[in-house]
Design a protein around this ligand. Structure first.
Ligand code: PLP
Length: 354
């Protein structure tokens, strides 16, 4: 694939390194590619970052025909920039496209586009520990047509946002509300793909939880409101009696690359990891019996987010005395250590930008 590059003549001022926050600054360029019937995906290009021109009748704006992914380019201690498991992220976007009736971008083309984009904007990859350039490849249906059917035209774009360390003030356990009423995704719905529509479905409950002093919600299954699914926009691990349990991928849960990496690490460390349904009653019971060791969420953004407290109906369960559990901490150190090339990458998870 031949990617044309038009560089900006007006580089943006650099945001303050100490104050990147999350997702509020964007690099100088973006990658774009278009789809039309007959021509397929065509015109791959890198251009100065800027607004898209989109028809107000475009499919994405009405029927949310959209899919994205998110992963990181990280500057190692040796100053080299690497991507963490980009192949898995590109494959996930291609697989999810099928569910969204979007013609998939071939994964090798997607990977080439990501690498070229990061190469062009590589001086935007921050160098502070645990900071990164967050990459957001996105697919949208662009056809101006209000009938309900898949769009005939699409745009694939990649933007990049330099993000700061998630835990600027230390590795902090969060309080989580067990949501009894709203659901994020039902089996058979879009929960297993990274569709923006899932996020729209999640906002109301998340805002309500925040109003009550919780930082996110624990989603239960849509059918019985009983089994744990995800925490906020993260996958979930629960340590009970030294075994780690994570909910199984049965159609409503997003298959996280971080989740997959953690299963590998824990098994390499000789922990038992079980993918099975886990009810909120079982959590309550293990807590009462003192067998609940730790709970953590995981995803690209925070890597690990230890859960310090669960608000469930009128009860507040404190987890591991509201301190990060030892395994949460070890996994965080190992994954960020590999990403920053402080720990050898023995599993081939990193792809360097040359
Ligand atoms: C992106 C996402 C995750 C985490 O996936 P990673 O590949 O680990 O970043 C988990 N749950 C939901 C709902 C997500 O959208």
């Amino acid at each position: 694939m031949d990617i044309s590059i038009r560089r900006t003549t007006q580089k943006k001022p650099r945001p303050p390194a100490s104050d990147l926050g999350w997702g509020q600054y964007f690099t100088d360029h973006m990658f774009l590619m278009d789809y039309e019937p007959g021509r397929g995906w065509h015109n791959p290009r890198i251009e100065p970052y800027g607004p898209l021109t989109i028809d107000p009748a475009a499919a994405v704006l009405h029927y949310a025909q959209e899919l994205f992914d998110g992963f990181k380019a990280i500057r190692g201690e040796d100053d080299k920039v690497r991507l963490f498991r980009p192949d898995r992220h590109c494959a996930r976007l291609a697989e999810g496209s099928v569910r969204m009736c979007i013609p998939p971008v071939p994964t090798d083309a997607m990977l080439q586009a990501v690498l070229e984009f990061v190469r062009v904007d590589q001086d935007w990859v921050p160098s502070q520990r645990n900071a990164a350039l967050y990459l957001r490849p996105t697919l949208i249906g662009t056809e101006p047509f209000l009938g309900v059917r898949p769009s005939r035209t699409y745009t694939f774009f990649i933007i990049g946002s330099p993000v700061g360390a998630y835990y600027a003030e230390g590795f902090n356990p969060v309080s989580i509300w067990v949501e009894q009423e709203c659901v994020r995704a039902a089996r058979g719905g879009l929960g297993a793909v990274k569709a923006g529509a899932n996020y729209a479905a999640s906002l109301y409950a998340a805002e309500r939880a925040k109003k009550h002093g919780y930082s996110q919600v624990l989603w239960l299954d849509a059918a019985e409101h009983k089994y744990l699914e995800e925490v906020g926009t993260m996958n979930l691990f629960v340590g009970i009696d030294g075994t780690f349990i994570t909910p199984p991928l049965e159609g409503s849960i997003l298959e996280g690359v971080t989740r997959n990496s953690i299963i590998t690490l824990l098994r390499d460390w000789n922990y038992e990891v079980v993918e099975r349904r886990l009810s909120i009653d079982e959590i309550q019971e293990a807590h009462t019996q003192g067998r609940l060791n730790e709970i953590f969420g995981c995803g690209t953004g925070a890597v690990i987010s230890p859960v310090g407290e669960l608000g469930h109906k009128d009860k507040r369960l404190s987890i591991n005395d509201r301190k990060p559990g030892p395994v949460s901490q070890r996994v965080f150190e190992e994954l960020t250590g590999i990403q920053q090339a402080r720990i050898p990458d023995t599993r081939g998870w990193l792809v360097p930008i040359d």
